[in-house]
Design a protein around this ligand. Sequence first.
Ligand code: GLU
Length: 395
Amino acid sequence: MKNRLSHRLQNISYSQTLAMSSKARELKNRGYDVINLSLGEPDFYPPDFILSSAKKAIDQGFHYYTPVTGYLELREVICKKFYRDNGLKYSPSQIVVSTGGKQSIMNIFLSLLNKNDEVIIPAPYWVSYYQMVKLCEATPVIIPTTMEEDFKISPKKLEKYITHRTKLFIFSTPCNPTGSVYSYQELENLAKIFKKHPNVLIISDEIYEHIRYSVKHTSIASFPEIYHQVITINGLSKAFSMTGWRIGYIGAPEWVSKSCDKIQGQITSCANSIAQRAAIEALKVSPIKIEYMIKEFEKRRDLVLEMIKKIDGFHVNKPYGAFYVFPNISSFFGKKVDGKKIMNSDELSIFLLDKAKVATVSGSAFGDNECLRISYASKEDKIIEAFKRIKQVLN
Ligand code: GLU
């Protein structure tokens, strides 16, 4: 049959994070002992008080459509959370609750991007930013960074990439996949550049806000001179270990939140009502309540760094947030295994899955073909076993 797929769809690839995780699941179902370090999914159980609030919501009858942008009570709590944790003042009309941070980003892209608009994305970037921009037929403009720069961009570099076609800039801090965290000073310096370019909107993905180790988190919207240019994204998936509940939200200039309301009203109606009720309780509490998870992640980060250093050929920097390490593995390129040369990060990642039964994600998915993303959102014994296997097969 003639190819009936849209050009838009043919123009993008599958999500590599989800694809790798599904490969690992498939192998597991076939009886292999696979350790999955591919997906960015906390292995904790969501806190009890959140689970109870969801059960209560079912009994209280919250079974129906909510307002498109989310229950007013939830949006009010989100405003308080933004003020408490980020020093940001939003009113409920500036908030849109969606089915995860992913949908929040797509709502914004669909609302703002025209064909050929440019979106600046510092690399390494989260896999779906790039593909979503292409899905909107806009142009991703990549700013490469190096491990020596801690995978962060400088103001000078940023300014070089801004053109009259730049519509948006998108980044995450703490960063998926590198774990880098921008400091107050670094963000203030970037803000100065954005101030000079008032037509450029900034999407600040702060989904890993609470997952950081001995460093502070700053929201770029907290610099008053660019507040009206920034859209802040957050959600419940990572901090509360609620990936499947699909709750994300934005704080944005009202003209942007209104346009996301319009888009979402046509394609989703609203985020899940029970999950929204639970989100109200989750966001009311201080981040202190989830500190036990952060402490555990920090321990694992240190463990992973220690083990990586013992593997010849892996070069890594110290990440201060999220739950990923992003080692450079290019020294393996050109080496032969089973008569076949490994030439890129895709091939090394597949090799590790085949031979060590450890799932990782190739750096190429994140715009850096020399690296590999390894998630440590997994139990300590699994991490230890995974690195033992990786070391063995690479030796
Ligand atoms: N954000 C997580 C990750 O990067 C979940 C999978 C996805 O949506 O990409 O692994």
